[in-house]
Design a protein around this ligand. Sequence first.
Ligand code: UDP
Ligand code: MN
Length: 281
Amino acid sequence: MQDLSANIPAASPNAFVTLLTNDAYLPGAVALIRSLNLTKTGADIVILHTEGVAAEALFPLSEMGARLVKTALLDVSNEFRETHRRDKLHAAAPFTKGRKPDFHTPLANFCKLRLWQLTEYENIVFLDADTIVIQNIDVLFEYPEYSAAPNVYESLSDFHRLNSGVFAAKPSQKTFEAMMIALDKPGIFWPRTDQTFLQSYFPNWHGLPVFFNMLQYVWFNLPELWDWKSVKVIHYQYEKPWEADHARSELLRPLTELWQAYYEGRDIPNMADLPLPMVEN
Ligand code: UDP
Ligand code: MN
């Protein structure tokens, strides 16, 4: 079976890839593509999408220079599908630290693994659609598989886990097939979906500096860590900047405004002029 089809050929051995399985993440992709274009990257920008995204909705993304690659959700067992259904997953492994938007479908996350099938590329840097790249990160194409930043947004114990919103990988059909065997086994449950799986599949993952995947909650939980000169990628995990008036809108306003500037095509403020989070003494 032909799993993937693209609108144009690859133009570089390197690609930034994001995933879209429904229209709800489109605003994220628009801001992300614009942010990558502003870094003057030499790499391809690929939207890996399923048929859940309307063709008219994808057109503006290709106009912005993105390559569109159509794929299908993973072919998983019924049992796997059941265990990872949104309501079941939320009941079995509740999100106590932040809120996931209603449009977030946990099962869709696993589709990220399809990037290992993009063997027209030598090096891939995956970025969630809820990230923006504020400084050039092409250097990540030189990093080994599997490189990711720790899932830091609350405390030191966060360093035990990786965050799968930004990572460097090397496509290989062989790896993809091995992953499919490891992923879907009787009785298996991946509480944080692809993230838990990737950490298990690559137990010796290479650690990137946190600045390559700065999680938005750092802004209010670990403000001492925020340093605009160092931050390269902001990741709007949990509540999304395109959700109207979510629970943490007030707390995250400066970060949301920065995202909006990318999304709306406005001038991007100088880093030196950006506010800093409040640090309590
Ligand atoms: N995603 C998607 N459709 C979904 C859920 C996720 O396309 O229903 C993609 C999208 O690129 C998103 C990523 O998978 O950014 C991971 O989900 P999300 O960023 O919402 O998770 P979080 O970072 O909040 O853990
Ligand atoms: Mn994300």
